[in-house]
Design a protein around this ligand. Structure first.
Ligand SMILES: CC(C)(COP(=O)(O)OP(=O)(O)OC[C@H]1O[C@@H](n2cnc3c(N)ncnc32)[C@H](O)[C@@H]1OP(=O)(O)O)[C@@H](O)C(=O)NCCC(=O)NCCS
Length: 295
């Protein structure tokens, strides 16, 4: 089997993690993926009781090697049972081969089997790969922005702070089913072209911030490779954090919801673009449940 074939999501096996040795492998993978200290990982011992009370812990295996995992914790949101997906991780050399997507699909199946139809999680909005997976491929939406959610940590992924978008995956809506069946919705790109831009990728990959215009839709652009920017120009990476924090918080305070994410070209460089709007998603979710989604 060639190295490429091994990394193909089709030959990756997913299964529930139960064995103590596998819980230890989850500890190792946390340290490898986030590069954080011992006290900043969720220990295998703490995972054991969580599995007894409804947590969903799935591993992705290439042979006997665990190359990824996803952890969902049972929780309540406004009195409604949810799964909160606390961690999704794939080894660097296995990324962009559909492993993360496969783990999320299996997590969705297991949540539905437990009678849960909403999964929430957080992610760093400057990470374009995560944004593309979450919005374009899975169909989440986000109506909350958390400033420096985890505070300071030792992780190399957290050097611009730990701001997070809180996303909601409404598992049974038309919107989500369509994404899973047909993939990203490129037709929405028309709306991106028409909406005012709150943050733009400007010259030399620098952010250009404009205030919120009061429009019903807006877009926020990000550079495609924040991790390499952190290495080559950490001050510029921090400016991206500040500009996008200002834009997301003012748009969400004004009632906009982060609805989608696209990959485009800006200033002859690849860029990512968030689409935010006041209605779109909300009306589409309503078509399934017959009522507004809970806040
Ligand atoms: C987030 C993560 C789990 C994704 O796993 P993955 O296996 O690479 O995800 P997938 O391959 O299923 O999906 C990624 C998609 O983004 C695309 N992508 C890759 N790089 C990208 C980039 N820089 N910008 C936008 N999209 C990108 C991929 O091509 C793929 O889309 P496709 O299947 O249509 O080709 C992985 O990157 C990771 O472990 N990151 C570090 C930890 C982390 O951030 N976890 C999530 C928060 S808890």
């Amino acid at each position: 089997m060639t190295a490429d074939l091994v990394k193909d999501a089709a030959v990756i096996e997913l299964r529930d993690i139960k064995e103590t040795s596998e819980l230890r492998a989850v500890e190792d993978l946390q340290q490898e993926v986030w590069g954080c200290s011992d006290r900043e990982i969720l220990p295998g011992l703490a995972l054991r009781p969580l599995l007894e009370i409804g947590a969903v812990l799935l591993g992705a295996f290439s042979g006997t090697e665990m190359v990824g995992f996803v952890l969902g914790l049972p929780g309540l949101e406004s009195g409604r049972a949810i799964l909160h997906s606390d961690m999704l991780a794939v080894k660097a050399e296995y990324r962009s081969h559909g492993v993360g997507y496969k783990l999320k699909l299996r997590q969705r199946e297991q949540a539905l089997a437990k009678g849960i139809d909403r999964i929430t999680w957080t992610f760093d909005p400057l990470q374009s790969r995560n944004a593309y997976l979450n919005f374009a491929k899975l169909g989440v939406t986000a109506d909350r922005y958390k400033i420096n959610y985890y505070g300071e940590t030792s992780s190399f992924l957290h050097s611009t702070g730990t701001d997070r978008l809180w996303v909601t995956w409404e598992l049974k809506t038309d919107r989500v089913r369509q994404r899973l069946e047909h993939g990203p919705n490129q037709r929405e790109l028309l709306r991106v072209a028409e909406a005012p831009t709150m943050v733009q990728v400007g010259e030399h990959n620098a952010p250009v911030l404009s205030g919120y215009s009061g429009a019903d839709s807006s877009v926020i652009e990000i550079p495609i490779g924040i991790d390499s920017l952190v290495e080559t120009d950490p001050r510029l990476a921090l400016r991206w954090r500040e500009a996008t924090r200002t834009a997301f918080t003012s748009a969400i305070d004004a009632g906009l919801v982060v609805e989608d994410f696209f990959r485009l070209e800006r200033m002859e460089q690849p860029a990512g673009v968030y689409l935010l709007s006041k209605e779109g998603v909300i009306s589409r979710n309503r078509t399934i449940s017959g009522k507004m989604p809970m806040p």
